[in-house]
Design a protein around this ligand. Structure first.
Ligand code: PRX
Length: 635
C-alpha cells in the first residue's frame, strides 16, 4: 500500500527523509505498485537540457495498477459514479470489474481501427463515462492520449491535432451544458478538414442531434463495440514511455503539448491523492473538474483509480437547474471529499445561501480547491456554509506541468491557513528566487517560485519541441524548474501563491495565453493590433481586457465589439472572450517596440494616475498613456 501519512510528526519526519534521500523515498513508494520488471535505477536527471528519468528500465502498465490489481479485492466496489447533466436522468455506476471490462473492450476497438503503441489519439468529448474508459483504453495499449477540452474552437482543436499528428479523434455528436445542447461532431468535422493525419473519427451518440457523416472516416462508437470482446492484455510499457500529452497555453500563440510518462506519473498521482485528501476505503470522492484539464487526468481518473477509490464524474454545470446542483449531488451520492475551483465557489456564493440551506451536506469530510488563488471571503464561505466548519480545506497548488499536487495541506494532518497552499508534499523542494536567480532564504519573503529537485510526475518535454521546454521552464533560473508563479513564504514558512508573473492569465481557473487571445482578435478584418491583459474580476478571479487598434473610424462601437468577441469565440473558444474591449488610437510601447503590458494592466485594473505607471518618458509614444486612460473611463 502506498504510504498514507497519519500525523503532523510523521509528515515532518517523512518530509525530512524524502529530501535527504529522495531516491530511496520514491523507490519505497514505487514498490507498492505492480511492475512487470523492476527499475534498474530510481532517477537520472539534469535540469539543463532538461533530461529527467524516473524508475529507469522499469516496465509496467498504468491500467493494471488502476484496474486489474483491484479486481480480486474490490472488483464489485464502485469505481466511477457518473452524474448526468439532467438531474432527472439516472446516474450510472461502474464497478471495478465493469470498468475493467469496458476499458478492455474499447482498447480492442482502438486496435481494430489501427491504433498501436505510440500513436496519438485526440479526445474531444463531454464529461461522459466513455471519456474515462477511452482514456484508460489508450493507456492499456500504449497509445498516447491528447485530451482537448470540448469548449475549444475548431481551429484550436485543429492546431492541437496537427501538432501531435493524431491519427484518430474520439468525439460525441453533441454535448449537454445546462439547458443548452452544443454541437461537438460538427466542430470536429470543421477541424479535421485541415488535419491530414486523421484517419478515423469514432463518434459516441449522446445527445441524439443530427450530424454530418463521412463514410470514409466516421465510425459509430456503439457499433464498433459490437465487434470486439473484453479480453485485452495490457501493453508492457517502459516507465519513461509517454502516457499522454496535454496542451497548455504559453506566452506565444502556439499551445505547448506537455508530455508525461507512465511510471513517475502513476506513482506521484496516487501518492498525492491518498495523502492530500486522506482518502479512506469506502469514501466517495468528487472532483468537479473536466477531464479536458490536468485536474481531471490526475484526480478524476488516474490517481483515484490507482488508489482503488470511488470517483464521481459530473457532466453538468454548477448552476443547472439552479445554483444548488453541486450540493444536491453531494447529498445524493453521499460525497465525502469534494474538490472544486475557487471560481465555482465565488459564483455559487454570489447566488446566495438559499441554494445551500436545503441540503444536508453531512457526509462531507474534506474540501479542496485548485486552479487559482482563493480569496479570503470565498475561503470562509466554503468553510462555514459547505464544510460547516468541520472539514479542512486543502488549497492545492500545482500545474499541468507538475502532473500532481505540489504544495497543499494534507487534510487533518498538516495546518491550514486561509488563502495559503501552505507546505510542500514529501519529495517536493520549492525555493523562492530573486530576479537574478539567487535563492531567497528564510521566512517572510517573496520571490519567483521554482522547484530545485525533480519529482516523479514532472513534465518530461513539450511535444516535438524540446528546446521550448528548456526555454520556458529550465532556462530562466539555471538548475531549477521555473513555475511562472510569484509566491510568498510567510513568517511560519507557509507558501502563498500570488499569481502568474508571465503572459498567462488565469480566467476562472483556466490558463489563457495573452498571445493566443491576441492572435484570435487579430483575425478580425478591421483589427490592426491588439494587446490583452488580465484584470481582477469578482467571480472569475481574472477576466480578459483587450486594447484594440482598428483601421478607420468606428460607426457602431457596440456592434464591432460583438463581432470581435464572436471572432475570439470562433478562433480560440468561448472561454477566451474578452469581458472588456477598449478601442485605442495606439498602444504604449518601449523604444524597441515591446508593448508595455504593465501599464495596460494598471489601467485595466482601474488605476487612472500616470504617476503610478513608472517612468513613461522613456516610451516610444508617452502621450498615448493619457489617451488610453481617458478612453478607459467609458469602458
Ligand atoms: O498560477 C498557478 C495557478 O494555476 C497555474 C497552473 O494552471 P494549470 O496548468 O492550468 O493547472 C491548473 C490545475 C492544476 C499555476 O501556475 N494555480 C493552480 N493552483 C493554484 C494556483 N494558484 C493559486 N493557488 C492554487 N491552489
Amino acid at each position: 500500500m502506498t504510504l498514507q501519512i497519519r500525523s503532523l510528526e510523521e509528515y515532518n519526519e517523512v518530509y525530512k527523509q524524502s529530501v535527504a534521500q529522495p531516491e530511496q523515498f520514491w523507490a519505497e513508494q514505487a514498490e507498492t505498485f505492480q511492475w512487470h520488471q523492476k527499475w534498474d535505477k530510481v532517477l537520472e536527471w539534469e535540469f539543463d537540457t532538461p533530461d529527467v528519468k524516473w524508475f529507469v528500465g522499469g516496465k509496467l502498465n498504468i491500467t493494471e495498477n488502476c484496474l486489474d490489481r483491484h479486481l480480486a479485492e474490490r472488483g464489485d466496489q464502485t469505481a466511477i459514479i457518473w452524474e448526468p447533466n439532467d438531474p432527472n436522468a439516472p446516474a450510472k455506476t461502474y464497478t471495478y470489474k465493469e470498468l475493467h471490462s469496458e476499458v478492455c473492450r474499447f482498447a480492442n476497438v482502438l486496435k481494430n481501427n489501427g491504433i498501436k503503441k505510440g500513436d496519438r489519439v485526440c479526445f474531444y468529448l463531454p464529461m461522459v463515462p466513455e471519456m474515462a474508459i477511452a482514456v484508460l483504453a489508450c493507456a492499456r495499449i500504449g497509445a498516447i492520449h491528447s485530451v482537448v477540452f470540448a469548449g475549444f474552437s475548431a481551429s484550436s482543436l485543429a492546431d492541437r491535432i496537427n501538432d501531435a499528428a493524431c491519427k484518430m479523434v474520439l468525439c460525441s455528436d453533441g454535448n449537454f451544458r445546462g439547458k443548452k445542447q452544443i454541437p461537438v461532431k460538427a466542430v470536429v468535422d470543421e477541424a479535421i478538414a485541415t488535419c491530414p493525419s486523421i484517419e478515423t473519427v469514432i463518434m459516441l451518440k449522446h445527445t441524439g442531434q443530427e450530424v454530418a457523416w463521412n463514410e470514409k472516416t466516421d465510425k459509430n462508437w456503439a457499433e464498433e463495440l459490437t465487434k470486439v470482446d473484453n479480453v485485452c492484455p495490457a501493453e508492457i510499457m517502459d516507465s519513461e514511455d509517454t502516457l499522454f500529452i496535454l496542451y497548455t497555453s504559453g506566452s506565444t500563440g502556439k499551445p505547448k503539448g506537455v508530455q508525461h510518462s507512465c511510471g513517475g506519473y502513476m506513482v506521484y498521482t496516487t501518492f498525492s491523492f491518498k495523502n492530500v485528501f486522506q482518502y479512506q476505503d469506502g469514501d466517495v470522492y468528487w472532483c468537479t473538474a473536466d477531464v479536458g484539464w490536468i485536474t481531471g487526468h490526475s484526480y478524476i481518473v488516474y490517481g483515484p483509480l490507482a488508489a482503488g477509490a470511488t470517483t464521481v464524474m459530473f457532466e453538468g454545470v454548477p448552476t443547472f437547474p439552479d445554483a444548488g446542483r453541486f450540493w444536491e449531488v453531494c447529498d445524493k451520492h453521499k460525497v465525502n471529499i469534494f474538490y472544486t475551483a475557487p471560481t465555482a465557489i465565488r459564483a455559487l456564493m454570489a447566488k446566495g445561501l438559499e441554494y445551500v440551506t436545503p441540503y444536508k451536506l453531512d457526509t462531507l469530510k474534506v474540501l479542496g480547491t485548485v486552479g487559482e488563488p482563493i480569496n479570503e471571503e470565498a475561503w470562509h464561505w466554503y468553510d462555514e456554509h459547505i464544510g460547516k466548519k468541520n472539514c479542512p480545506i486543502v488549497d492545492t497548488w500545482w500545474q499541468t506541468e507538475t502532473g500532481g499536487i505540489m504544495i497543499s495541506p494534507l487534510a487533518n494532518i498538516t495546518p491550514l491557513k486561509p488563502t495559503f497552499a501552505t507546505l510542500p508534499l514529501p519529495g517536493i523542494q520549492p525555493v523562492l528566487v530573486n530576479a537574478e536567480g539567487e535563492e531567497i532564504e528564510g521566512n517572510d519573503v517573496e520571490g519567483y517560485l521554482c522547484i530545485k529537485f525533480p519529482w516523479p510526475s514532472m513534465i518530461r518535454t513539450t511535444w516535438g519541441d524540446h528546446e521550448r521546454c528548456r526555454n520556458v521552464y529550465f532556462n530562466r533560473f539555471k538548475g531549477k524548474y521555473f513555475t511562472g508563479d510569484g509566491c510568498r513564504r510567510d513568517e511560519d514558512g507557509m507558501y502563498r501563491i500570488i499569481g502568474r508573473v508571465d503572459d498567462v492569465i488565469i480566467v476562472s481557473g483556466h490558463n489563457l495565453g495573452t498571445a493566443e487571445i491576441e492572435n484570435g482578435i487579430n483575425q478580425h478584418a478591421r483589427v490592426v493590433e491588439s494587446a490583452v491583459v488580465g484584470f481582477p474580476h469578482k467571480i472569475k478571479g481574472n477576466a480578459v481586457y483587450a486594447y484594440i487598434i482598428c483601421d478607420g473610424d468606428i460607426d457602431d462601437v457596440d456592434a464591432l465589439k460583438k463581432e470581435i468577441i464572436g471572432t475570439v469565440s470562433k478562433e480560440v473558444g468561448p472561454i477566451a472572450k474578452p469581458d472588456k474591449i477598449q478601442f485605442v488610437p495606439g498602444l504604449p510601447k518601449t523604444r524597441s517596440g515591446k508593448i508595455m503590458r504593465r501599464i495596460l494592466r494598471k489601467i485595466a485594473g482601474g488605476d487612472r494616475d500616470t504617476s503610478n505607471m513608472g517612468d513613461i518618458s522613456t516610451l516610444l509614444n508617452p502621450e498615448i498613456v493619457a489617451s488610453v486612460i481617458e478612453g478607459a473611463e467609458a469602458v
